[in-house]
Ligand binder design. Sequence first.
Ligand code: PRX
Length: 651
Amino acid sequence: MSKNIESILTESRVFELSDEIKSGFGLSVEDIDAMRKDAAEDHVGFWSKLAKEKLHWNKPFTVGLDDSNAPHYKWFTDGELNVSYNCIDRHLETKSDKLAIIFEGDRGDVEHYTYKELHDNVCRFANTLQAQGVEKGDRVIIYMPMIPQAVIAMQACARIGAIHSVVFGGFSAEALRDRIEDAGAKLVITTNGSRRGGKTISLKHAVDDALEKGCEQVKRVIVYRRTDDEVPMHEGRDIDWMEAEAGMSNYHDPVAVDAEHPLFLLYTSGSTGKPKGVQHSSGGYLLNAHLTNEWMFDLNDDDVFWCTADVGWITGHSYVAYGPLSVGATMLMFEGVPTYPDAGRFWQVCQDHGVTVFYTAPTAIRALMKFGADLPNQYDLSKLRLLGTVGEPINPEAWMWYHDVIGKQRCPIIDTWWQTETGAHMIAPFPVTPLKPGSCTQPIPGIDAVILDEEGNELHGNEGGLLAIKKPWPSMIRNVWGDDERYRSTYFPLAGKPYYVVGDSAHRDEDGYFWILGRVDDVLNVSGHRLGTMEIESALVSHPQVAEAAVVGRPHDVKGEAVAAFVVLNVDIPEGDARDKLVQELRNWVAKEIGPIAKPDDIRFGTNLPKTRSGKIMRRLLRTIAKGEEITQDTSTLEDPTILDQFQQKA
Ligand code: PRX
């Protein structure tokens, strides 16, 4: 168990919010309890009422939930809407001059977009996509840095009913190619490069490499020029964003789609070697993205909301590109990194743009905490009123630092538990809920979270078990793109039982508060990024000198988890410099196959993996070795116990 999780398990403090904070929020604890009661009495009616109230429907729905093909649930099926209309057009009458996006670039350059300007940009680009032959239902890959054009591209796809799949700019050409092929995308939108941490990074080259082999269905690449770098443009395939957009109208009639029409695919890691395309709907997804921005972040007209997540992850979809706009808020986008030009950058951005609600990951908090309180204390953070966290369990030490140093003991910490597949927050406090450091508190109204034992029986006491969701909810994953069977077996593995099984272990305390303890499957959480151990193993074994590999997570103070790889070579294990060289080569190999985030921190060599006589790899032992702990487990079932000595030597 890591130090972070150990301290979560021993936490007992409760923080009541001040009356000032509570009275500023439109809902009281009693109102929230009443909503929970309503949802318990009429689950479908509860969600349907909210869907009617919060979203604009071109054609109102009459069916709340269609569970005739469970677990492929459908919500609001016969309704029609347009997500981009809901995020932009419906605010124009009252908020056309209100800022929709504040952008700060890596070098401190600032841009502002009002709702009207965002509308015009999205319309022009929607017209551009249609002029390039993109139609409703076509898949479009977006491989871009954190600049407003990424959101404009996403919104433009939504406007014409095209299904986007954003690929994080840190993924390699190989990873990009897999996603383009799996999605069957017709068009790719990218930039010549991006600016991060004072450097320029090329993105277009990765697109060129990805498209070199296969991907025949991609007919067009639209390239936005973010940097001054010249990049090769392929005649007949590549087109400059500005040229493509020239002469396009600022008006575009949004295409109304069925509530179930896929809004986007987002690839995420699971317990197999191949990432899966999580398919989200239009109506149900937008409802929960909208509601949770209202409920958890209380976004009002004078707020400036900054979610630091990249649009390449689900957080950047629900809390950058869609949710904040749907509620008509002002949101901030930042292109750079937290430590450039120094580790005060986040706090400088908060100060300069008057950020009121700030949402980031525990790994960022832990990394910045290392630099002490002096840096944040140099900035005026008095506008901050709510602080959020997401991505991994937050250890109480980091929670307290965030609360004391950044929030000056004034701002509630909104610890939000959810996943790519859930679309939006599932277990999280409202800004009136008493808080416990390290707990994401209680399920939001309409979310029926339970704890199961290994056999799938519900546990009602305080013991730990598998976290599961008992009833469908509007923003849930609809399918694994093109793979119904994988959807069913991954998320609904308990035959005949309706539980969506999350993949996390958790326990619930006597107040009904949930404490997430981490993944129970072969998924790692490195700096809040989800990585499959098998994905990294497949990358390693594709190296010509690697015969076999096993990857496990090892606790890491800042990253939460680090990647440790145990490798069997098909050549002799090199010594000295040659060994160091091979370690470096394998790390770079993984970066090339997946992306730098998946680089193993630790690579060890042995002549075989520790296996039982029946050939099963004993990962438990590998985890102990990776932690540098003494082996106390029974090793008598091992085929060759001497292997352990080899792996205990660090490369
Ligand atoms: O293990 C949980 C962890 O992140 C996983 C989901 O990862 P991903 O799909 O990449 O989405 C991350 C952003 C929503 C979960 O299964 N996780 C996420 N939020 C929390 C968390 N663990 C503990 N506390 C959280 N607040």
